[in-house]
Design a binder for this molecule. Structure first.
Ligand code: FES
Length: 208
C-alpha cells in the first residue's frame, strides 16, 4: 500500500509539472495568431505607398518664387502688379528660380496670394507680408479642400466644401467648421516677383 501511495503521488506531481495538452495547444494557437497579426502588419506596411521626396513635392523653400497655379498664365511668375488691391486672390505654387521646378506635386503646396492695403493687416500678419501682399496655404483646415472662392463683398476667403470663411487681414476663421486659421507663408518682394521668405507659420491642411 505504501508503495502504491508513493507511485500515485509521483504521478500527480509529474502531471502538475508538465503542461497539459490543452495548454500546449492554446499556446501554439496564440503564437500562430500573433505571427499572423505581425505578418498582416508587415504586409500592410508594404502596401502603404512610400512617397519619394522630389523637388516637385518638397514644401516651399526660401527663395522660391510664386507662380500661377491655374488660368492662362499657369506656371508663370505672379507679379505684384497683377494683383488688384482688395482682392481677389490668386492660387499659386512655389517654383525654384534656378531649376524652374514647380513644386506642384504636393497638394499642401497650393498657396493663395493677395494684396490688401498695407494698413489693413494686424501686426502679426503684417510682419510676414510685403507691401500689402500676403500669402497663405490654400488648404482648408477643416477637411483639406482647396480654399478657392473669394467673397468680394466681405473680402474674405471661402472654402467651397462646407463654407468656412477666412479673414486674410487677421489670419482667423470668421465662420464655418474650420478649426483654425490658414497657415501664413512669409514672403518678400524682389522687384515685382513674390519670393518665399520662410517656412509656413503653422500646420498645413486638415486639422480635425
Ligand atoms: S473642407 Fe473646407 S469647410 Fe470643410
Amino acid at each position: 500500500m505504501v508503495m502504491e501511495d508513493r507511485e500515485e503521488a509521483m504521478r500527480e506531481a509529474d502531471e502538475k509539472a508538465m503542461p497539459t495538452r490543452r495548454a500546449v495547444l492554446q499556446a501554439a494557437l496564440g503564437t500562430a495568431a500573433v505571427a499572423t497579426l505581425l505578418s498582416s502588419l508587415y504586409v500592410g506596411a508594404g502596401l502603404i505607398p512610400r512617397v519619394t521626396k522630389t523637388p516637385e513635392n518638397e514644401p516651399p523653400q526660401e527663395g522660391d518664387i510664386l507662380v500661377y497655379a491655374t488660368g492662362a498664365k499657369m506656371n508663370q511668375p505672379i507679379l505684384t502688379s497683377d494683383l488688384a488691391e482688395g482682392g481677389p486672390f490668386q492660387l499659386a505654387f512655389p517654383m525654384d528660380p534656378k531649376t524652374k521646378v514647380i513644386r506642384n506635386k504636393e497638394p499642401k503646396n497650393t498657396l493663395l496670394v493677395l494684396k490688401q492695403p498695407p494698413g489693413s493687416y494686424d501686426a502679426k500678419v503684417a510682419a510676414h507680408a510685403a507691401q500689402g501682399v500676403v500669402c497663405y496655404s490654400a488648404i482648408c483646415t477643416h477637411l483639406g479642400c482647396t480654399v478657392s472662392l473669394w467673397d468680394a463683398a466681405q473680402k474674405l476667403m471661402r472654402c467651397p466644401c462646407h463654407g468656412a470663411l477666412y479673414d486674410p487681414r487677421q489670419d482667423r476663421v470668421v465662420s464655418g467648421p474650420a478649426p483654425q486659421a490658414l497657415a501664413q507663408l512669409p514672403i518678400r518682394l524682389e522687384g515685382a516677383q513674390i519670393v518665399v521668405a520662410g517656412a509656413f507659420l503653422g500646420p498645413v491642411g486638415a486639422q480635425v
